[in-house]
Design a protein around this ligand. Structure first.
Ligand SMILES: [Zn+2]
Length: 498
């Protein structure tokens, strides 16, 4: 195929599969494939009395001077992509289980996320694509990519993006939690908003990709742009955040920075080289506003932390973001089924800690992560970072934690030896990392912030802030307002109010 000169990338290499042929499983598949039971543990008075006591002992209270909101839809857990597919939405159950067992919910406003509306999904995605997602019949068995049913399109139905039962609901729930988080940031009711069910960074305008169907991050950033002149998107998933980068490629109001494993031939999605920095034309406002940090297997906590802080401090200094969207994909952790870094929870969460210290309103999204117990540990610990309790919580996982046996190790912070036995070979020489920082510094020379000018280029198609959808949601919320306030104070999770 001839390269398309209008394409954001100079050329597109054929995309490697997201799923490698031999998934690096470290335990028998049955353990991964059995969905969690859903006992009434969270409603159990006995359980809650233990949680309350622990929270009291640790001293978990609302943080002083800022507010954290938590957006979660328990119905997401019910879906699964198929028995052998590594994406297990019950990793969200495990995360919530840890967060709640430590009593972290007492430090946050907890919202049961709603589903995103059709209108909201089509703020970014095409109507054709969303219509197709909403109506296509589930395919019990993923199809062979070379032998696709002619009626299937938009990259759907293969092994990476199977058509499972309830797919559209699942996507709307994921997007809904991220949109709720964005709205809380916009209304200044949250300084940090957490949406672990979001973070699906590969989805394109009209194409599913790498387990992602709807790009909730793009939808959330579009919300942020209604009130924030510049948004910094940071992605620490092991895969390149290509969908978000592409969506905002031609604007200087969003800077995207992705840290990822890069290997154009064998590692999904094959994009995100160091010198891919947005459109080549200097006349395009988006040029130099996409930064890519390509890494190799085996990077350590120390290196990652150094690189992250070196790069992000420079980006913040030059770009002056008014809000941060942080994708916390947990497949960059050691022991992931797909990723091959040596990162521990400490290293991964140091990125969250660094961003929090900047004092800029922030959404924390989930993302990849295919060893559920590792995902849950990292996102629970990062929730603790958000509420300022990570130094206080005991590392021993509380005895009353539901599905505690699923964590294999009793600690929230297992060592590399516990996770992998031997660390993976580190293929990231320090010199290479220094060159990356050097390159980023050079790119940032071209970036300037000019708020008065940039405010005028708010994309007109975003619509007025108080549009019909928001009005309807507000009316719905008012119906159970009193009840909701009461529940929220008890930190049990309530429907989002506007
Ligand atoms: Zn990933």
């Amino acid at each position: 195929m001839e390269p398309d000169p209008a394409s954001p990338y100079r050329f597109r290499v054929p995309k490697p599969n997201y799923l490698p042929h031999n998934v690096d499983a470290d335990e028998p598949d049955e353990v991964f494939n059995k969905p969690l039971d859903r006992p009434g543990d969270f409603e159990n008075a006995h359980y809650f009395s233990k949680v309350k006591r622990l929270a009291h002992d640790i001293g978990i209270t609302k943080p002083k001077g800022y507010n954290v909101t938590f957006h979660y839809n328990p119905n997401m857990e019910r879906h699964h992509f198929g028995q052998t597919h590594p994406m297990k939405p019950w990793r969200l159950t495990l995360t919530k289980s840890l967060v709640t067992s430590y009593g972290m919910n007492f430090a946050m406003d907890n919202y049961t996320a709603r589903t995103a509306t059709y209108e909201e999904l089509t703020n970014f995605h095409t109507n054709d694509y969303v219509d197709f997602l909403a109506t296509v019949a589930p395919q019990p068995t993923p199809l062979d990519v070379d032998n696709m049913h002619p009626d299937l399109k938009f990259n759907l139905g293969g092994s990476d993006c199977p058509l499972f039962e309830g797919l559209y609901d699942y996507c709307s729930m994921s997007a809904g939690s991220s949109l709720d988080a964005a709205r809380k940031i916009c209304s200044k009711q949250a300084d940090i908003a957490i949406a672990w069910g979001g973070g699906l960074h590969h989805a394109k305008k009209s194409e599913a990709s790498g387990f992602c169907y709807i790009n909730d991050i793009v939808l959330a950033i579009l919300q942020l742009l209604r009130v924030h002149p510049r948004v910094l998107y940071i992605d620490i998933d092991v895969h390149h955040g290509d969908g978000v980068e592409e969506a905002f490629l031609s604007t200087d109001r969003v800077m995207t920075v992705s840290f990822h494993k890069y290997d154009p031939n064998t590692f999904f999605p094959g994009t995100g080289a160091l010198d891919d920095n947005g459109p080549r034309s200097e006349h395009n406002p988006g040029s130099h506003h996409a930064l890519n940090i390509p890494l190799n297997d085996g990077i350590t906590d120390e290196q990652y932390k150094w690189l992250f802080e070196s790069v992000i401090s420079k980006c913040v200094e030059k770009f002056r973001p008014a809000a941060i969207a942080l994708q916390c994909g947990a497949d960059s952790l050691a022991g992931d089924r797909l990723g091959k870094f040596n990162l521990l929870v400490e290293g991964h969460s140091s990125c969250v800690e660094y961003c929090k210290k900047l004092g800029i309103p922030m959404i924390m999204f989930g993302g990849g992560g295919y060893t559920p117990r590792n995902v849950a540990r990292a996102w629970a610990y990062e929730t603790a970072v958000a509420i300022g309790q990570h130094k206080n919580i005991p590392h021993q996982i509380p005895e009353h934690t539901p599905w505690r046996e699923r964590f294999r190790h009793e600690t929230l912070l297992p060592t590399i030896e516990q996770i992998l036995g031997e660390p993976r070979q580190n293929r990231n020489p320090q010199k290479k990392l220094q060159d990356i920082v050097q390159h980023v510094t050079e790119q940032l020379r071209f970036v300037s912030h000019a708020p008065s000018v940039q405010y005028q280029v708010i994309p007109p198609d975003l619509g007025p802030i108080r549009d019909e959808v928001e009005q309807r949601l507000k009316e719905e919320a008012e119906l159970h307002d009193d009840n909701a306030r009461k529940l929220r104070e008890e930190a049990m999770g309530v429907p989002m109010e506007m």
